[in-house]
Design a protein around this ligand. Structure first.
Ligand SMILES: *Cc1c(COP(=O)(O)O)cnc(C)c1O
Length: 407
């Protein structure tokens, strides 16, 4: 009998009871705005910032309206403006080039490697004239951060980290988001903590964080922040920094705090699912797993594998066969953007750039979510179904002798 997968790829877990209770407390007192506090009260948002700063080991933290807002705010704080060239990964998600373009700046895409991280030789080649690197740890794959930071220091490039997929991850013991001058996270439903929408920024830099707080729309209430630089840091910039309103509110902060406390346990669960799918797919002919480097502590809320050199026809045949068995996959090689999946040639507000290595990789890149509503048995079943369907198309495939779809 052919097995079928029935669990939903987009169903996250319900929020923990502690989050529900915290939300009710905020709803009952009604002080949802972060600066609306009773005498002596510390706002949920300010507490979340303190706790997230402690979690990452950062001196400062700012909670904002979304992950995309966090990226734009960090770029602005760094002084990026119209016409500035900002390097970023060619393999990332639309809010990353979008944050650059929203400032009138120019996204400059850097090639991806088979490990799905940034190609450092290409980075060095494209760096002249660029103002910064917005490094996206796309799908949680972390490049050799020691080598990257040494390269960026040599090139004089400040680094902002997009940690939308690496909350709680790290490189050789340093938390993701703590290598660059600022680290940006998302608490959108499909990331590692769920407040519907939301973002966090961490930094050790007094001037950058003072500007970020003012940018987020602090009016002159920044003394109510706790994970924030001292008043002197604000004095220099408070009349010069525009209010680009994008604060987080106390309701979202309240439901995030219990989730943050629980994050290490959730990370272990995600990684257990990942390792089960990985083991299920190991050694499948025609399929390449993405190697996880030894220095990387990842947080796997999704899984990627490659069908290297496969033409578009057989990839589509495989996707259709998997879908018929209930397995919803995303393909980064599709010509048209679909759902959350798009690629650099769909971002036509950026100047077109030849990215042959990235195109070749994306042509065979398959992606699936691993929500924590999946059990370990579900993960094992996913491994079996994907293995069978890859093998079926691969072995039947004279078509595979055709030229690859994109080269
Ligand atoms: C989700 C995401 C973002 C932006 O987060 P939002 O909270 O949705 O604005 C940024 N980068 C990547 C890679 C993402 O997946």
């Amino acid at each position: 009998m052919t097995e079928r997968f029935t669990a939903s790829f987009t169903q996250q877990e319900p929020l923990p009871e502690a989050a529900v209770e915290a939300a009710l407390r905020v709803l009952r007192h009604g002080r949802l705005h972060r600066y609306n506090t009773a005498e002596g009260e510390v706002a949920e948002t300010a507490r979340l910032e303190e706790e997230f700063a402690a979690f990452t080991g950062a001196r400062y933290c700012l909670a904002v309206a979304s992950g995309g807002y966090a990226l734009g705010c960090a770029l602005r704080a760094l002084g990026i403006g119209p016409g500035d060239r900002v390097l970023t990964n060619a393999f990332t998600l639309a809010p990353v080039p979008g944050a650059i373009a929203a400032l009138g700046a120019v996204p400059v895409f850097v090639e991806a490697t088979e490990g799905l991280t940034i190609d450092m030789d290409d980075l060095a080649a494209r760096a002249p004239g660029a103002k910064a690197l917005l490094l996206s740890h796309m799908r949680g794959h972390i490049c050799d951060m020691d080598r990257l930071m040494a390269l960026c220091r040599a090139l004089g490039l400040p680094v902002i980290e997009d940690c939308a997929h690496t909350m709680g991850a790290g490189w050789r013991g340093t938390p993701s988001g703590r290598h660059g001058v600022m680290g940006c996270y998302s608490t959108q439903t499909y990331k590692h903590m769920n407040s519907g929408e939301g973002g966090l920024i961490v930094s050790d830099d007094d001037a950058l964080m003072a500007r970020a707080i003012l940018l987020s729309g602090s009016y002159m209430l920044y003394p109510r922040h706790r994970a924030a630089p001292p008043p002197e840091a604000f004095a220099a910039v408070k009349y010069l920094t525009p209010n680009v309103s994008g604060r987080m509110d106390n309701l979202r902060a309240a439901i995030l705090r219990p989730q943050l406390a629980d994050l290490p346990r959730q990370i272990a669960r995600w990684n257990a699912l990942y390792r089960i799918v990985e083991a299920g797919l190991a050694g499948t002919p025609g399929l390449a797993l993405v190697e996880r480097p030894e220095g990387e502590d990842f947080v796997a809320s999704s899984f990627q594998f490659l069908l290297p050199g496969w033409p578009a026809g057989p990839v589509r045949a495989f996707l259709a066969r998997a879908a018929a068995r209930g397995v919803e996959l995303k393909w980064f090689g599709a010509a048209e953007p679909q759902g959350f999946t798009s690629r650099h040639d769909s971002w036509r507000y950026a100047p077109p750039q030849p990215l042959p290595r990235t195109d070749r990789i994306l042509a065979g890149l398959i992606d699936l979510r691993l929500p924590l509503t999946f059990s370990e048995d579900d993960a094992a079943l996913l491994g079996r179904i994907l293995r069978e369907e890859v093998a079926c198309v691969f072995q039947s495939g004279e078509e595979l002798d055709e030229a690859p779809a994109a080269d």
